[in-house]
Design a protein around this ligand. Structure first.
Ligand code: FES
Ligand code: FES
Length: 157
């Protein structure tokens, strides 16, 4: 067992304890150890945002953290955010505006957008685009995504 570290972490409100490789990323941990495959893995270099998770309330790139660093943390993945209803308005707005095509970027995009929407009552398109600039989408050209986030902010007012 010398090559493994024991990690206890709360994910989507449930506590898990696993023995993991010290080199396992947080993104691979939630996907492969916990079966939460809504967290996607793209670049594995902190560039694309597909691996976005929320760690102790902060939007985080799961590929840039080791699973061992999650010990004692509260983690939320897209599955938890969906089940709790926290991102329901954004999900509905994305569907309504057709703000996704292949969907690979969408979980990370939604979690990042939720953090932004939670901190703003209103915003302009440039600020929304800037807030989402760490999440890369190969399909949509971003217009519909910005529209969807803008619509959620408008509905809040
Ligand atoms: S897979 Fe983590 S930022 Fe691309
Ligand atoms: S919808 Fe395909 S990468 Fe964004």
């Amino acid at each position: 067992m010398d090559d493994f570290v024991r990690v206890s972490v709360t994910v989507n409100g449930r506590k898990f304890t696993r023995a993991v490789s010290p080199r396992l990323s947080a993104a691979d941990f939630v996907r492969h150890e916990l079966g939460l495959t809504g967290t996607h893995v793209g670049c594995e270099h902190g560039v694309c945002g597909a691996c976005t998770i929320v760690v102790d309330g902060s939007v985080t790139r799961g590929c840039l953290m080791f699973a061992a660093q999650l010990a004692g943390s509260e983690v939320e993945t897209i599955e938890g955010a969906s089940e709790s209803g926290r991102v329901a308005e954004l999900q509905a707005a994305f569907v309504e505006r057709n703000a996704l095509q292949c969907g690979f970027c969408t979980p990370g995009m939604i979690l990042t957008a939720a953090e932004f929407v939670g901190r703003h009552q209103e915003s302009n398109r440039a600020e929304i685009r800037e807030a989402l600039s760490g999440n890369i989408c190969r399909c949509t050209g971003y217009e519909a995504i910005v529209d969807a986030v803008e619509n959620v902010l408008k509905a809040k007012r």
